[in-house]
Ligand binder design. Structure first.
Ligand code: ASP
Length: 312
C-alpha cells in the first residue's frame, strides 16, 4: 500500500435514524452509540489512511457496527414477528458499479462480508433466504448460532409491539440500520449498508438496505450513499439512484440532491436519513427525522459524531 494519498479521503458512517431526541435517548445509549460510531470511524479511517480502498474501508466500518449491539444490524438486530433473525446487507463499488447484496440471512456474523462475497465470487447481485445462507457456508463466511445476534432489548421491543397490535409497525421509529460511505485517495467511492430490517417484520419482508439504487448506491461519476429510514418509501423513490442521478444531471451539490430527494420521500410519507460522499471528497448527510446516529472523519483532520438534528 502506498503511504501518501494523492486525494484527500473521507469516511462517513451512520447507525440509523428516527425519533432520536435528548428526551428519548438514554444517557447510556447516547454514550454507547457515540463510542460505536467512533470505533467504526477508526476502523474505516485506518484503512483509508493506510492507502486502502474505499471498498475495504466501508466493509471494515460496517463490520464494527454489526458487532455492536447498540445498532440494528448483526448482533443486536431487531427480531421478526416470529422472534427470528433475518439480516439484509449490500455493498457497492463506485469504480465499476459492481455490487453484492443479501436478504433474509440468518447465520452470517457479518452480512456485509457475505454481500461482498456475492459481488466478488458469484455472477449475481442479490441472494436471498436459505440459498444465501448456503452460499455463505460454501464461501467460508463466518457463521454463528442465531442466538448470538439476539439481545434482551430487542426481545422486549418485539413483545411490546405485539402487545399493541393496532400500532406495531415501526411504532418507535428508531430505525438503527448501519451504513458507511467513503472516498479513497484514488477518488473512488464505495457504499455499504447492513440491517435487521424493522421489528416484527414478516412474510419475508425485505427493506431498502440490500436493494441497489434504493438504500445503497455508489458511482464514481456522482457519489456513494447509504440510507436508513422507512424502507418501503425509500424503495419506491429509489433514493440512492435518485440522489446520484440528480448530482450527475442537474449539477446539484451532494447536500442539495440529498435534501431534495429526502424531502420528496417525506412527501410520500417516508422519513429517514442518508450519508453521501463524492469523488472529490465532498460529503453530506441529510435527515428528515429528529435524529440520526452519524459520524465522519477525513484526511484533513475533521472527526466528529452526532445524534440529534440540532448537532448539525
Ligand atoms: N431502512 C431499513 C429497512 O427498511 C430500516 C432502518 O433503516 O433501520 O429495512
Amino acid at each position: 500500500m502506498s503511504t501518501a494519498s494523492p486525494r484527500p479521503w473521507t469516511l462517513l458512517v451512520h447507525g440509523g435514524a428516527g425519533i432520536l431526541t435528548r428526551d428519548t435517548v438514554s444517557a447510556e445509549t447516547d454514550a454507547a452509540a457515540r463510542a460505536g460510531l467512533d470505533a467504526a470511524l477508526s476502523a474505516g479511517g485506518a484503512v483509508l489512511s493506510g492507502g486502502g480502498s474505499a471498498l475495504d474501508a466501508v466493509e471494515a466500518a460496517v463490520r464494527v457496527l454489526e458487532d455492536d449491539p447498540t445498532f440494528n444490524s448483526g448482533r443486536g438486530a431487531v427480531l421478526t414477528f416470529d422472534g427470528a433473525i433475518e439480516l439484509d446487507a449490500a455493498i457497492m463499488d463506485g469504480r465499476d458499479r459492481n455490487a453484492g447484496a443479501v436478504a433474509g440471512v440468518t447465520r452470517s456474523r457479518h452480512p456485509v462480508t457475505l454481500a461482498r462475497a456475492v459481488m466478488e465470487h458469484s455472477p449475481h447481485v442479490l441472494l436471498a433466504g436459505t440459498g444465501a445462507d448456503t452460499f455463505a457456508t460454501e464461501q467460508g463466511v463466518e457463521q454463528v448460532d442465531p442466538d448470538w445476534f439476539m439481545t434482551p432489548e430487542r426481545r422486549a421491543q418485539l413483545d411490546a409491539m405485539k402487545a399493541d397490535p393496532d400500532n406495531w409497525f415501526d411504532v418507535d421509529m428508531k430505525y438503527g440500520t448501519v451504513g458507511a460511505v467513503a472516498v479513497d485517495g484514488g477518488g473512488h467511492v464505495a457504499a455499504a449498508t447492513s440491517t435487521g430490517g424493522v421489528t416484527a417484520k414478516r412474510w419475508g419482508r425485505v427493506g431498502d438496505s440490500p436493494l441497489i439504487g434504493a438504500g445503497t448506491y455508489a458511482d464514481d461519476r456522482a457519489c456513494a450513499m447509504s440510507a436508513t429510514g422507512s424502507g418501503e418509501f425509500f424503495i419506491r423513490v429509489g433514493v440512492g439512484h435518485e440522489i446520484a442521478a440528480r448530482i450527475r444531471f442537474t449539477g446539484e451539490t451532494l447536500q442539495e440532491a440529498a435534501d431534495t430527494v429526502l424531502t420528496e420521500t417525506k412527501a410520500l410519507g417516508g422519513t429517514g436519513g442518508v450519508i453521501v460522499v463524492g469523488p472529490h471528497g465532498d460529503a453530506a448527510w441529510s435527515l428528515t427525522t429528529p435524529g440520526m446516529y452519524r459520524g465522519r472523519v477525513s484526511q484533513d483532520g475533521e472527526r466528529r459524531v452526532a445524534i440529534y438534528g440540532e448537532e448539525g
